[in-house]
Ligand binder design. Structure first.
Ligand code: ZN
Length: 345
């Protein structure tokens, strides 16, 4: 037998074979130079994510068992984000990659497909969560262009489905961590149900005639659908340029007609057009909605998916004349016990 092994393998293969046998015998996993060994002898899973709400949810479920890197910097337009060539390294090392999908991160997805290891998996959370018949198309994401509105995470119940998929996928590649991921998922689920019922109460306190949303960037249709708000318009066209003068005039008329108390811009997409519409229609302009960047900075209490949802809901509810007090009781802190080690770019 040994003779056969020597005949058909070279020296390097023999060394590898002996190492493999030794590792199996001693049940030890040897980490590579940039991987960390966990208490149970397994190595942290290397995970790459894209937008920060997804990074936060993956961190909550994966906790200390994952070495997690988000690649889309907060405060940039995620729809047009083109990763730097150096990002290819993160993809080449990743054991698993979680993206939103629904055509949000096409250049990153392309880079991941080109650079990932053959066995590594790319999970498109949005595509797995929502069947095609439930995709929402609208002004900024018109059906004829074939790209649906990708902002599923603004509906906490859809975000919970993201968490469920994440927990399942992490357990597949790290079966020893399955109870850990399940515990974190259970915590996340409890918080999501609490958040969901508090958002319902807060939005329900807005006078019925004012439960209308006009936003610059079009990120709230799934939120609006769940909480019974009517999106009267989104201002940003599908090419991310400014709307035409004719379109602006139409929007001003519409805002006057609908008699909304406020219209909303977001910090990633500052636009003088919004101030013009608000001035001419004589409504307030609130420019602090967040689409996919978390409040504060990494390390702050509310720098989390839950924090994002609370802050956006509070902004909307207060500006439209409702009562957002119940939202202060939502627990926005870290889902898992331990130290956050995620890399937010
Ligand atoms: Zn967006």
């Amino acid at each position: 037998m040994l003779k056969l092994i020597f005949k058909y393998t070279n020296r390097i293969q023999i060394v590898g074979f002996i190492c493999a046998v030794f590792c199996l015998w001693s049940c030890e996993v040897v980490p590579t130079n940039d991987q960390t060994l966990l208490d149970d002898g397994s190595v942290k899973i290397r995970v790459v994510t894209t937008v920060s709400p997804i990074t936060s949810i993956v961190e909550g479920i994966g906790g200390e068992r994952v070495a997690l890197t988000g690649i889309i910097p907060e405060g940039v337009n995620s729809h047009t984000f083109d990763p730097a060539p150096s990002t290819a390294i993160a993809f080449s090392k990743a054991d698993i990659m979680f993206m939103n999908g629904l055509y949000l991160e096409e250049p990153a997805l392309e880079m991941a497909l080109k650079n990932k290891q053959e066995i590594s998996k790319i999970v498109l959370l949005g595509n797995t969560t929502l069947e095609k018949s439930k995709w929402i198309y609208d002004f900024s994401f018109p059906k004829e262009e074939g790209i649906p509105n990708p902002h599923l995470w603004t509906d906490p119940i859809l975000a919970l489905e993201y968490a469920s998929i994440i927990s399942l996928e992490l357990s597949k590649i790290d079966p020893l961590g399955e109870p850990y991921y399940r515990t974190n998922y259970d915590t996340f689920e409890r918080r999501i149900f609490d958040l969901d019922s508090r958002i319902k109460v807060a939005v329900g306190s807005i006078p019925e005639a004012s439960r209308k949303l006009l936003t610059y960037h079009d990120s709230f249709p799934y939120f609006a659908k769940r909480y019974d708000l009517r999106i009267i318009a989104a201002v940003q066209p599908s090419d991310f340029n400014e709307p035409s003068a004719r379109e602006v005039a139409r929007l001003i008329d519409q805002v006057r007609l609908e008699m909304v108390p406020a219209i909303f811009g977001s910090n990633i997409f500052p636009s003088p057009i919004m101030e013009q519409i608000a001035d001419e229609a004589d409504v307030s302009f609130v420019d602090s909605l967040r689409d996919d960047d978390l409040p504060g900075k990494h390390g702050d209490l509310a720098h989390s998916y839950m924090g994002l949802m609370v802050e956006n809901t509070r902004t909307i509810v207060v500006a439209l004349g409702g009562n957002a007090e119940g939202l202060q009781y939502v627990d926005v802190s870290e889902i898992f016990e331990g130290k956050s080690q995620v890399i937010y770019p």
